[in-house]
Design a protein around this ligand. Structure first.
Ligand code: SF4
Length: 299
C-alpha cells in the first residue's frame, strides 16, 4: 500500500510486500556506497509533517482495519529525530487499531547517532524490526565501498539494535571484497555476526549495478569479481566460522534473485546441512566456465 506520488523510486524489503509503505524521507542521506545505485540522482529530503500525515490519512481512509505492518521509507528513515519518530509511531498506533509492527531500514550512522535509551523508546513505541545492510564486518572492505563505518562500528550498530529489544535482519554481500580479499571479508564478517547474534541473516551476491562506482571500477579492471564457485566458497568460509550460542534461533536465508543456490535454515542448528549443501554447489558451479556474463548488468 503506497500513498506517495512516486516521483522518485521506492524500495522496500521483500518481506514488507503487504505493508503500508510510509515515506518519511526521500532518498538516502549517505548515498555514497560504491555498490549501490538505489537513490542516485535523488536529492535527499526529509518529508514535512503535512506530507507524512497525508499518507497516513489516505491509508486510514482506505483500510484502517487492515493495516498490520508499516514500513518507514526511504533509505534511512531513522535520520529523523527520536521525538519526531515517536510522534509518528504514536499517530500510527492511533490510526491503525490492528498495527502489529513498524519496520525500517537502519542506516548505521543513524543508529550510532541515537542513544541506547532512544532506541529502546522507539522499540516500545512500535518500531520492532530493523533491516541492516552491514555488507561486511571487514573495515578495509567497508572503507573501499565507502560505507561510512568501520567493522567495529558495524558490530556496535547490530548490538545496539538487539539490546534495544528490536528484531534485526542483517544482510551481508558475498563478493563485495572482490576475489583478492574474499577470505578476509568472510572471516571478519563471520566474527561480526557471531558478536551481534542477529534475528535474521541474509547473504546475497554482489551485483554490479548500472551507474554504480563499483561497476565502473570493474570495467576499468580495478575490481575483480568472484566466480560463482568463489562466491559459494566465501559463503562456506563465512558460515563455517560463525559461532552462535546453541539456544540461538537465527533464521538464515540466501534466496535473493542474485544467489546462484537457494539456501534456508536456522543457525546454529542447521549449519552442518547448509555447509554440505554449499560444498555440493561448489562442485557444480566450478563447471561453469562463462560465469562473467552472470550478475554484472541486470539492473
Ligand atoms: S547501500 Fe544503503 S546507505 Fe549505502 S547508499 Fe545505498 S541506500 Fe544509502
Amino acid at each position: 500500500m503506497y500513498f506517495d506520488d512516486y516521483d522518485t523510486p521506492v524500495f522496500r524489503p521483500p518481506s514488507e510486500a503487504y505493508s503500508f509503505i510510509l515515506r518519511v524521507t526521500r532518498g538516502c542521506a549517505h548515498n555514497a556506497c560504491t555498490y549501490c545505485n538505489m537513490y542516485r540522482g535523488v536529492p535527499f529530503q526529509v518529508l514535512t509533517d503535512e506530507a507524512i500525515l497525508r499518507q497516513i490519512s489516505m491509508a486510514q481512509q482506505q483500510n484502517a482495519e487492515g493495516v498490520r505492518r508499516v514500513f518507514l521509507a526511504d533509505g534511512d528513515a531513522l535520520v529523523l529525530s527520536t521525538d519526531r519518530l515517536l510522534r509518528i509511531l504514536h499517530i500510527l498506533r492511533q490510526s491503525f487499531p490492528h498495527l502489529e509492527r513498524v519496520a525500517s531500514y537502519a542506516a548505521p550512522q543513524d543508529i550510532l547517532r541515537k542513544q541506547p535509551d532512544e532506541l529502546k523508546q522507539l522499540q516500545q513505541a512500535g518500531l520492532k524490526l530493523l533491516y541492516y545492510g552491514m555488507e561486511s564486518g571487514d573495515s578495509a572492505t567497508l572503507k573501499a565501498v565507502n560505507k561510512g563505518v568501520t567493522g567495529e562500528e558495524s558490530v556496535e550498530v547490530g548490538q545496539r539494535v538487539i539490546e534495544a529489544g528490536m528484531q534485526l535482519s542483517l544482510m551481508v554481500i558475498l563478493g563485495i571484497a572482490g576475489a583478492e580479499n574474499s577470505e578476509r571479508h568472510a572471516l571478519a564478517t563471520a566474527r561480526a555476526i557471531s558478536a551481534i547474534h542477529p534475528t535474521m541473516l541474509g547473504a546475497i551476491c554482489l551485483m554490479l549495478y548500472r551507474g554504480s562506482e563499483l561497476k565502473a571500477q570493474f570495467e576499468q579492471g580495478a575490481f575483480q569479481p568472484l566466480s560463482p564457485a568463489g562466491l559459494m566458497q566465501e559463503l562456506y568460509t563465512m558460515l563455517e566460522h560463525i559461532e552462535l550460542p546453541a539456544d540461538t534461533a537465527c533464521i538464515f536465508r540466501s534466496n535473493h534473485v542474485s544467489n546462484y543456490v537457494n539456501l534456508a535454515g536456522n543457525l546454529p542448528q542447521d549449519k552442518p546441512r547448509l555447509l554440505e549443501e554449499i560444498r555440493r554447489s561448489i562442485d557444480q558451479l566450478t563447471k561453469i566456465k562463462n560465469w562473467d556474463v552472470y550478475n554484472h548488468d541486470k539492473f
